[in-house]
Each structure stands twice: as structure tokens, then as C-alpha cells.
Design a protein around this ligand. Structure first.
Ligand SMILES: Cc1cc2nc3c(=O)[nH]c(=O)nc-3n(C[C@H](O)[C@H](O)[C@H](O)COP(=O)(O)OP(=O)(O)OC[C@H]3O[C@@H](n4cnc5c(N)ncnc54)[C@H](O)[C@@H]3O)c2cc1C
Length: 163
């Protein structure tokens, strides 16, 4: 799997053989199929936010302070509706912290280093600096690689070649 962060899609050509996606950087990526995801939108349009004294931005998101309070202090917002990082684990933790704050209970803040979990099969996760960032800052690093094929074999010893 290859992540191409910071790239923009300028064209997806579809033909009988498959697809070719062209990126703004000039890369052309052939693939059987393409899923293009343009980000998430807060479903706040039907909430009559203005009656609560709130306003969402152009993507339906709400602004919050470091304690997840909206500008109306007794209304909290967490998760996708407040934008980045918009991940399952962080959204849940934000909710926990907001609840602690609402009840005046002390709680540890979210750590600056948040793991990214991508719930695919096989799962993909990472935490911290990327290889490119470590290379730029001249930090030596080691790589461990777990092959998908071996994890499949470990999970289903009876049919190691099954999908
Ligand atoms: C296709 C896809 C893949 C993803 N993959 C990953 C991944 O691999 N890893 C990861 O960490 N994150 C992933 N995410 C993101 C993750 O799902 C979200 O960050 C997380 O679910 C956000 O939690 P939330 O509680 O903010 O919102 P949600 O989980 O969307 O929960 C909001 C809830 O509010 C309900 N609701 C909405 N309006 C109303 C209303 N008016 N009244 C009552 N209830 C209402 C909705 O029905 C919903 O149940 C993915 C998201 C998508 C869409």
C-alpha cells in the first residue's frame, strides 16, 4: 500500500481495461478501480444551530475551545463535527474529555502523538514521524515489516491461501 500525502487528483480516465488517475504532480496511476473521497461534512444543517446561538462553517463543522466547548459554553462538540483529526479513537477520547470537563472532573489532555488506525483488512496503523520526516531531520531509524501473507497464514492455519 502506498500513501501519497499532499497530492491532488486532476483527472480519472476510465476505459475498458481499468482506470488511470492523474495527479497534479504529473504521476499517472493505473488501477482496476478508484474510490475518490473528498472528506467529511458535519451533518449539522438540520439541527437549527442558530436557535442555540451557534454557527457551522462551510463544511458543517463547529468551532470549539481546548475543552471542546463551543462558543455557547454549555454546548460541547467532539469528533468529526469539529474537524481534524476526525478519527474513531480520537473522537471517542475527545468525548471523554468533554464529559470530564462538563462535570468539572480533572482529566489528562490528548497526547500530541496520536496513533492513526485505518481499519482495513489487513489493518494499517502508524504513530509518530514518517520515514521521510526522519530522513529530513537526519534521525537514524530501523524498519520492521510484517507481510500480509504471513498474517493471513497465522490467522487461518487451515486455509493459508484463502482470502
Ligand atoms: C468510510 C469511512 C471510513 C473510515 N475509516 C476510519 C478508519 O479506518 N480509522 C479511523 O480512525 N476512523 C475512520 N473513519 C472516521 C471515523 O468513523 C469517525 O472519525 C468517527 O466515527 C467519528 O465519530 P463521531 O462520534 O464524531 O461521529 P459518528 O460516528 O458519525 O457519529 C455521529 C452519530 O450521530 C448520529 N446523528 C447525526 N445527526 C443526528 C441527529 N440530528 N440526532 C441524533 N443523532 C444524530 C449519527 O447517526 C451517528 O450515529 C472513517 C469514516 C468513514 C466515513
Amino acid at each position: 500500500m502506498t500513501f501519497r500525502f499532499g497530492e491532488k487528483v486532476v483527472d480519472v480516465a476510465v476505459n475498458a481495461q481499468g482506470t488511470v488517475t492523474t495527479l497534479a504532480s504529473g504521476k499517472r496511476i493505473p488501477a482496476e478501480s478508484v474510490m475518490y473521497s473528498a472528506g467529511r461534512q458535519g451533518t449539522t444543517a438540520a439541527l437549527d444551530l442558530e436557535k442555540a446561538g451557534l454557527e457551522a462553517d462551510h463544511r458543517g463543522r463547529l468551532a470549539v475551545d481546548p475543552h471542546y466547548r463551543t462558543p455557547v459554553e454549555h454546548i460541547y462538540a467532539v469528533g468529526d463535527v469539529i474537524g481534524f483529526p476526525a478519527l474513531a479513537a480520537t473522537s471517542m477520547d475527545q468525548g471523554r474529555l468533554a464529559a470530564y470537563h462538563a462535570f468539572d472532573e480533572p482529566a489528562h489532555e490528548l497526547s500530541a502523538l496520536q496513533p492513526i488506525g485505518i481499519y482495513t483488512i489487513p489493518e494499517i496503523s502508524y504513530c509518530g514521524a514518517t520515514e521521510a520526516e526522519l530522513t529530513t531531520s537526519a534521525v537514524p531509524y530501523e524498519i520492521g515489516t510484517a507481510r500480509t501473507a504471513s498474517s493471513r497464514a497465522a490467522r487461518s492455519p487451515v486455509t493459508p491461501t484463502g482470502c
